[in-house]
Design a protein around this ligand. Structure first.
Ligand SMILES: Cc1cc2nc3c(=O)[nH]c(=O)nc-3n(C[C@H](O)[C@H](O)[C@H](O)COP(=O)(O)O)c2cc1C
Length: 371
């Protein structure tokens, strides 16, 4: 097989999921500590993108190396997540190589509604790939204009395109004409602070018939540093009539409501928090309805890890072992004695052994609690 583009570029993402979300900076604290904003629990019940109804109005962000079919179904089963998306997928790769297609665009019936995210820079290649996505039965197709990876940017893909609005127009028009399913775009605010294009880009998307836009409110140059600047989401919302999905730095149900209150966005998208707190979507639902939410007990955390690991092993996912190790560190963050478990997991030689270590660890803890 030629280069698997997804795998090659994946390592360039900032891989700091969940536990790695940096501490808030002070102005960020002020933002969410604002009593009026903090107190509001208004949250859209659903989101309509073309003929696709998304309820509740929450989206699992696409994350390379994370949001494969197992993780997506795992999140969906826990409840509260209205839309799931594939990890970004090379338009070129899926057209050329059946194995890339099988690996990145495979999904199960219980994943609907589901969106496939593509990246690339050639309008006709992206249109062909979008047609394939539609034929495979996806409900939506999304274009990635946010990937900061050098390898993608160098070929003008991902956030590299943010500097070429005329080419973006060509891509929008070409993909829009190629498929009937709703077409959406996920982008960063601009290349850097001097080249903010989010409002122009959202208007362009609306003009070209896209069904919704999702904004990760950082620039390409920012990477994952500093705060997501939610005010940009508000500006985009004011500029277009199509739904706007807000993304960046949501760590809690309160944050999700604060983003809606501050920006008026139609849905929220959550990325890095999902692997360390996969209950976050359900917690948002609980919080919006009751004003409080349940934190998982240790027994729940155990069930969750075990379920996810078993799903990975059953799926015979390529790289399952590596994923189990990676997830173990996110999942066990904050669990007393978690460091010892992480060490045991890293030393394990197979997926089954990793699962065994997890079971031993939690069984011992839970039985100590009940005796
Ligand atoms: C490990 C990782 C992989 C990512 N992969 C993708 C991707 O494939 N496509 C995409 O549009 N964004 C990707 N992102 C960005 C997220 O979708 C999201 O925009 C970003 O993490 C900000 O949201 P958050 O603060 O809720 O994490 C990735 C982020 C991380 C941490």
């Amino acid at each position: 097989m030629g280069t698997d583009y997804n795998t090659t570029v994946r390592k360039h993402w900032d891989n700091s999921c969940g536990a790695g979300l940096p501490a808030r900076e002070s102005n960020d604290l002020d933002r969410v500590a604002d009593k009026n904003v903090r107190a509001t629990r208004e949250f859209p019940t659903s989101l309509q993108i073309g003929n696709v109804r998304i309820s509740p109005a929450t989206v699992l962000a696409p994350m390379a190396g994370v949001t494969d079919t197992v993780f997506r179904r795992f999140i969906k089963n826990l409840g509260g997540c209205g839309l799931i998306m594939t990890e970004f997928t090379s338009a070129d790769g899926v057209l050329r190589d059946q194995r890339v297609r099988g690996r990145y665009l495979h999904f199960y019936e219980d994943e609907h509604p589901i969106s496939a995210q593509l990246f690339g820079s050639n309008p006709s290649v992206l249109a062909d790939a979008a047609r394939m996505v539609e034929d495979l039965g996806f409900d939506l197709v999304d274009l990635n204009l946010g990937c900061p990876a050098k390898k993608v940017v160098k070929c003008n893909g991902g956030s590299g395109l943010l500097r070429d609005l005329p080419l973006i127009r060509q891509i929008f028009e070409s993909v829009r004409a190629a498929v009937k399913i709703p077409f959406t775009v996920k982008f960063r605010a601009g290349w850097n602070d001097d080249e903010i294009v989010c409002v122009d880009l959202a208007r362009l998307a609306e003009d070209c018939g896209l069904g919704a836009v999702a904004l990760h409110a950082r620039t390409r140059e920012q990477g994952y540093s500093g705060n997501a600047r939610w005010e940009w989401i508000g500006l985009v919302k004011q500029a277009v009539k199509i739904p706007v999905i807000g993304n960046g730095d949501i760590r809690s149900p309160e944050d999700a409501c604060a983003m809606v209150a501050q920006t008026g966005c139609d849905a929220v998208m959550i990325g890095r928090m999902a692997p360390s707190n996969p209950w976050i979507f359900r917690q948002i639902e609980q919080y919006v309805t009751t004003g409080s939410f349940v934190d998982p007990a240790e027994a729940d955390r155990y069930q969750m890890i075990r379920t996810y690991f078993r799903m990975l092993l059953e799926e015979e996912m390529p790289g399952a072992e590596g994923k189990m190790k990676q997830f173990a560190s996110w999942f066990t963050h904050g669990v007393p004695g978690g460091a010892a478990l992480r060490k045991a997991i890293y030393e394990a030689k197979s997926g089954a052994e990793i699962l065994g270590r997890v079971e031993e660890f939690f069984e011992a803890k839970l039985s100590a609690q009940t005796t």
